[in-house]
Design a binder for this molecule. Structure first.
Ligand SMILES: Nc1nc2c(ncn2[C@@H]2O[C@H](COP(=O)(O)OP(=O)(O)O)[C@@H](O)[C@H]2O)c(=O)[nH]1
Ligand SMILES: [Mg+2]
Length: 306
């Protein structure tokens, strides 16, 4: 057998918000690395997921989606997406094939797409094909191919893991030759405490039916509970401080008799335990910090733009 050169590189998952980028990232890596919600503006940070293949190491970067009519915070999130996309060798432009506006969305981003990378390094993924009839897909693919800005147009369902293996194989082709960049056992560049805070944020978005985009940010700390410190086989305790920007949001998060917060805590704890592979104790606190979004320095630091 031919001994192929080893390839490695960064692949950015980019595109409009809510097109399923984070779901795609998790499908490609086979791990829950990026949080997913039906609301827009769930992803704030570039989060990397590392996949090891026989002849390649592929490092995916999930990004916040591009907002069409951005407000101040969304403009910053667009910058986060640009910054992360700029650091990648291949870009996977992800669109929601079931949206009637899919072609319009691609045309709106056309200049950005061709400015970022030459055609050979730009791949188009049409996601959510489980939601549309097969016949409806062909004319959409035709129109995209005519735009002549992508090397490939690949239909997938990230949620059903359909077409993911094929995408994985195609992505490796344009990657440059290079060494393994991360140790084989590493699955993300993020710390466990970052992932913990993200899982909590996801559960908050899912549990509260409120629109909470960027009104929540979370600080995690491992906490030495004095009561259990001397116990053998002690379960590690983590404290999460959930900062919200108003008293009314605090009340929503806590819920009647604290039920909402309890539910969020239980769901987040289960997910964290499954990531860490052991039991933990998770304590949630809610804190009101009225103007955190207005504080540009704090916001830029949180979004890692400074
Ligand atoms: N039916 C279907 N839903 C999907 C698919 N991929 C993502 N979704 C849903 O689309 C919504 C947005 O997904 P998310 O990954 O957070 O999108 P992002 O904002 O682009 O990162 C969530 O409710 C997902 O469950 C898919 O392939 N099929
Ligand atoms: Mg996302």
């Amino acid at each position: 057998m031919e001994n192929k050169e080893f390839k490695s590189g960064f692949v950015g998952i980019v595109g409009p918000t809510n097109s399923g980028k984070s779901t795609l990232m998790n499908a490609l890596t086979g791990k829950k690395i990026s949080i997913v919600s039906p609301r827009v503006q769930t992803t704030y940070h570039g989060v990397r997921g590392i996949v090891n293949k026989k002849n390649a190491q592929v490092i995916f970067t999930d990004t916040p989606g591009y907002q069409q009519h951005p407000d101040r915070v969304a403009r910053l999130l667009n910058r986060v997406a640009d910054k992360n996309a700029g650091e990648c060798e291949v870009l996977v432009w992800t669109f929601d094939a079931s949206s009637p506006r899919v072609i319009h969305q691609i045309i709106k981003l056309k200049n950005k797409i061709s400015q970022f990378k030459p055609k050979e390094q730009s791949v188009c993924v049409l996601n959510k094909i489980d939601l549309i009839p097969k016949l409806a897909l062909l004319p959409i693919m035709d129109e995209i191919i005519k735009l002549d800005i992508f090397s490939q147009v690949i239909p997938v369902s990230a949620k059903k893991c359909d077409g993911i293996e094929r995408l994985m194989n195609l992505i490796q082709k344009p990657l440059p030759e290079g060494p393994q960049l991360y140790p084989s056992e590493q699955v993300t560049d993020r710390s466990p405490s970052f992932l913990m805070s993200e899982f909590i944020r996801e559960k908050i978005y899912r549990a509260t039916r409120q629109e909470l985009p960027y009104s929540v940010w979370i600080e995690m700390e491992e906490w030495q509970d004095p009561e259990t410190l001397t116990q053998k086989n002690r379960v590690p305790t983590y404290r999460a401080i959930i900062h919200v920007d108003s008293e009314s949001r605090k009340a929503i998060l806590i819920g009647k008799k604290g039920e909402m917060l309890k539910r969020i805590g239980t769901e987040a704890r289960k997910e964290i335990e499954s990531m860490l592979g052991h039991q933990i104790c998770l304590k949630l606190f809610v804190d009101v910090q009225k103007d955190w979004k207005e504080d540009s320095h704090q916001l830029n630091t949180y979004l890692e733009l400074e």
